[in-house]
Design a protein around this ligand. Structure first.
Ligand SMILES: [Ca+2]
Ligand SMILES: [Ca+2]
Ligand SMILES: [Ca+2]
Length: 537
């Protein structure tokens, strides 16, 4: 089931002026590559038919914003400036995504948080320092009204699952970019929350996280519930301009379930990797460039597509409710994604640039809906968070938080942790890795610290309401929001003990969206209708 398919388990379910600011020095070589590219047809073999992402409303109990700081601050409240993983340069890597880049910032060209969970392994949480006693510095769209829109007969406000802002620098200005429930893609000035360019309105609410081009092309990539995935140019005077859209039924695919686009895409070496709730995974060659006037262009060509289901999955899912809502992850030469029936797939893309089609190298069934993105550690292990709502034999057996070794496709489970409490349980938030610990939060409000090697539960908290936000760990601060609108920070400098709370900030509405931590500030949306910038006064 889609996030937010039914209450109370909901969410889920500027003017660029003048010439382009970014003209990558390798633009020439890209043009040559384009000329040499061999395109082959799609490999989709099976055709088939759609979920409602649900329109439940999340609880909204908070009506104020305030901060509570723990009485006893840890001794080392001064946070380091950088994430340890970024301290050393990586050796050159011959492949798509260096596995060792897990935990690191994605792009050297565009420093920032540019996609859901920051990088292709979905393991980068931002750059400190984390504020020590944060207050609301600004909120958007201000004290009255909110980022609200009608969808499936309900009014949705603010940001929900996954809803993580992108944060990056453009012309010396910190940009906070996100899609929201007002149908809009937004670009705000991180300093004061003012608009950098007008809101780009789609035809329905936006649940997912936008992606900002990691190579510096002035492009924003965003899905919407209006059935389209779009590429927007941000270099035109005035408003952003749609350059291209992908519909849920384009290219002759047969949508089997829903038609929304929640997945946050990856762009690597001019290839776009994206998946949809229509249950298809796509790879496009983008052919990014600039026209005679210096304005950015794209000319996407489909090079591969595959359904997220197969005949074997049909035998255990006769209702055939298949969708992909997680954001595709890549490590080495393998791309991973999962669907709402719990099928995890890995596809080898080694020969993509030479025209060789991807081949399936992992097929593992968890038994239940996987909305959380797959995260990948530097050794190539996969960490899966699954829901527990079908409560079938398979999901009961294999558990909801699972570490997989994709090099053992026939028996990949390294360890698993069960979350099988009463009612709908399991995981919606994408797991976090930090300092040997896997952080998970659950639909029933559990927050877990799990030994990354052994799967032992080291400690557990109960926040009293659903926690759909993906945990964020920066500078030994674990940041988790609850559905009463409280954003908590815990000190995980000793990650193997139950971490003490360092501060808590009351926002308005359930926190389902994942925060972005960037250089002393935390940008986070909530279901009360607004997005906030938090920081020390
Ligand atoms: Ca789902
Ligand atoms: Ca959805
Ligand atoms: Ca739709």
């Amino acid at each position: 089931m889609d996030p937010a398919s039914s209450p109370p388990y909901t969410p889920g379910t500027g003017s660029g002026t003048g010439p382009p600011r970014y003209r990558p020095p390798w633009l020439g070589p890209v043009v040559v590559l384009v000329a040499l590219l061999v395109v082959w047809g799609g490999y989709a073999l099976i055709s088939m038919r759609s979920d409602d992402d649900g329109g439940g409303e999340a609880a909204q109990t908070a009506d104020s914003t305030s901060t509570t700081v723990a009485d006893e601050q840890p001794d080392d409240t001064a946070s380091p400036d950088t994430t340890e993983a970024d301290d050393e340069d990586l050796a050159p890597y011959d492949g798509w995504v260096n596995p060792a880049s897990s935990g690191r910032m994605w792009s050297e060209t565009v420093p920032g948080i540019l996609t859901f969970r920051g990088n292709p392994t979905r393991t980068y949480y931002g750059q400190g320092p984390v504020p020590s006693a944060p207050k609301v510095l600004w909120s958007y769209p201000g004290a009255s009204g909110g980022l609200c829109g009608l969808s499936s007969g309900a009014t949705w406000c603010g940001n929900g699952w996954t809803g993580q802002p992108n944060v990056y620098t453009e012309d010396g200005t910190t940009v906070v970019s996100f899609g929201a429930y007002d149908y809009g893609v937004h670009w705000l000035n991180g300093a004061d929350g003012s608009q950098i360019r007008p809101t780009f309105k789609t035809g329905d609410i936006i649940k997912g996280t936008v992606t900002t081009d990691p190579d510096g092309f002035p492009l924003t990539y965003s899905g919407s519930r209006d059935n389209y995935f779009r590429i927007l140019a941000t270099d035109r005077p005035g408003a952003a301009v749609e350059l291209w859209r992908l519909g849920a039924t384009d290219f002759g695919v047969q949508q089997v379930w829903n038609n929304d686009w929640d997945s946050s895409p990856l762009i690597i070496d001019d290839y776009l990797f994206e998946a949809g709730e229509n249950s298809w995974f796509y790879i496009f060659k983008l052919n990014r460039g600039y026209d005679a006037n210096g304005l950015v262009t794209v000319n996407p060509e489909l090079v591969f597509k595959t359904p997220s289901w197969d005949a074997e999955l049909d035998t255990v899912n006769p209702e055939r409710h298949y969708s992909i809502e997680n954001s595709v992850a890549i490590s080495g030469n393998t791309v991973y994604f999962a669907n709402s029936a719990g099928l995890v797939q890995g596809w080898d893309i080694t020969g993509l640039k030479e025209g060789r089609p991807p081949t399936q190298v992992l097929r593992w069934w968890s038994g239940d809906d996987i909305d959380a993105s797959i995260v990948i550690d530097p050794d190539g292990y996969l960490y899966i968070g699954a829901e527990y709502e079908k409560r079938n034999a398979r999901s009961t057996e294999v558990g909801q938080i699972v570490k997989l070794d994709p090099r053992k496709p026939d028996d990949p489970i390294v360890w698993s942790v069960k979350d099988q409490g009463a009612g709908v349980s399991g995981v919606w938030g994408t797991l976090a890795l930090h300092d040997g610990v896997v952080y998970a939060d659950t639909n029933t409000g559990r927050v877990l610290g799990i030994d990354q090697e052994t799967g032992a539960v080291l400690w557990e908290k109960q926040l009293g309401s659903q926690t759909w936000q993906s945990p964020v760990v920066v500078d030994d601060r674990l940041i988790v929001g609850d559905c009463q609108g409280v954003l908590h920070a815990y000190d995980v400098s000793d990650p193997r003990v139950d971490p003490p709370e360092v501060w808590a900030v009351q926002l308005e509405g359930c926190i389902e969206a994942t925060p972005a931590v960037w250089e002393g500030r935390i940008y986070v949306g909530a279901r009360g209708g607004r997005i906030y910038a938090l920081g020390d006064a």
